[in-house]
Design a protein. Structure first.
Length: 370
């Protein structure tokens, strides 16, 4: 009997580090370590979190009697490099350099998955991969355009979990993902809402770019005039950039990204907490309605996934405002660890081919821009 393939799956998020050990396709151990915003804001940049996040991995392995040397492959969630096609991608030096430099235009902790997998893979001479990073680009042209010539919206969303949940839902219905029109919402430390048409993510809120609902860590959509006024009052662009994905949302309102603490205030009847929490749900519903228009009202289902879906009042709010659009299904938590492990296992068994990072964005402007 062949020895099982030992896989370390690394998933840094905006409020946690999730790490799993797989043997072939079996999830043997998983831990999710919560990081409150004040802890992460001690680091000037996301890249500066590398030593802390690496220690989380080493502690996890040590607690289960293992070391990185025992692994056969390292798999990291990714993002922040130039946009790419969906699928499994080999991690190489060029990808790591562009990831660290935020060549894709956003700064999100998911990038650390690629950087950590590469560091461990090089140190222990093992292969390393990423799967469906946050910068997968399948947008329609109409979804890219803005009112400023040459300035375009980017594809930045929870690709890994959204595509994974959509595939699970399609299988549950006895259909193919490519045959469905879905609105998939990842609701956690970050929130993204995406229109999936025939297996492609054709439009989405740009979660870490100041678009869509505000979240435990993100500021969400704000009229540009209000942002300019905020800057004119003496705030800096560095502060604004931080609030895009690190210090906005609940962090700005309550000084914490811990949704459990905020929801406890909601349950206690705190007026501010109730107002802010309900406003987040309200904005989530507005984004769902927008994606229903993208799909011309032909929506086979609204899927709600992510850690915050453990709170029933979010589902109740979405049902109240969006239940008329399509059936709503909740998939609490996420399937990111399994999605990464399964996809890479197929590569290692020669059942699918891994992509190579091109260093060239999927969208490079329209012909009239050149």
């Amino acid at each position: 009997m062949n020895a099982p393939i030992k896989m370390l799956v690394i998933n840094p998020g905006s409020t946690s580090t999730k790490v799993s050990y797989f043997e072939d396709g079996k999830n043997v151990y998983t831990e999710s370590i919560f990081h409150d915003a004040p802890e992460l804001l001690k680091y000037p940049t996301t890249n500066d979190q590398m030593p802390m996040r690496k220690q989380v991995l080493l502690t996890f392995l040590q607690s289960h009697g293992m070391t990185p040397a025992d692994m056969d492959v390292f798999i990291g969630r990714g993002g922040c490099a130039y946009s790419q096609a969906a699928g499994v991608m080999e991690i190489d030096e060029r990808l790591v350099q562009d990831t660290a430099a935020d060549k894709g235009g956003s700064d999100h902790p998911a990038k650390l998955g690629v950087m950590l997998a590469y560091e461990l893979g090089c140190e222990y001479r093992k292969p390393m991969y990423t799967v469906n990073p946050t910068n997968v680009d399948e947008l329609w042209d109409s979804a890219r355009l803005t009112g400023i010539a040459g300035l375009y919206r980017r594809a930045q969303t929870h690709v890994l979990n959204q595509k994974g949940i959509a595939a699970i839902h399609a299988k549950k219905l006895g259909k193919r993902y490519e045959d469905l029109n879905l609105i998939v919402c990842h609701v956690d430390g970050g929130i993204t809402v995406t229109a999936h048409k025939a297996g492609r993510m054709v439009d989405s809120t740009e979660g870490a770019g100041g678009d869509g609902p505000f979240t435990p860590t993100r500021l969400g959509s704000i009229p540009v005039m209000e942002v300019l006024q905020y800057l004119d009052e003496g705030h800096t662009t560095a502060q604004m950039r931080s609030m895009l994905s690190r210090s906005g949302g609940f962090v700005s309102h309550f000084g914490t990204s811990d949704a459990a603490k905020v929801h406890a205030l909601v349950e206690a009847g705190d007026k501010k907490a109730v107002t802010v929490w309900n406003a987040m749900i309200y904005q989530l519903c507005k984004s769902i309605g927008g994606m229903a228009a993208v799909l011309e009202g032909k929506v086979d289902g609204i899927l709600l996934t992510g850690g915050l879906m453990r709170y029933d009042d979010i589902l109740e709010g979405v049902e109240q405002r969006c239940g008329w659009i399509a059936p709503i299904t909740v998939y609490p938590g996420e399937c990111e660890q399994e999605a990464m492990a399964d996809a890479v296992l197929e590569v290692l068994r020669d059942q699918r081919k891994a992509n190579r990072y091109t260093g060239v964005p999927v969208f490079q402007g329209f012909q009239w821009d050149k």
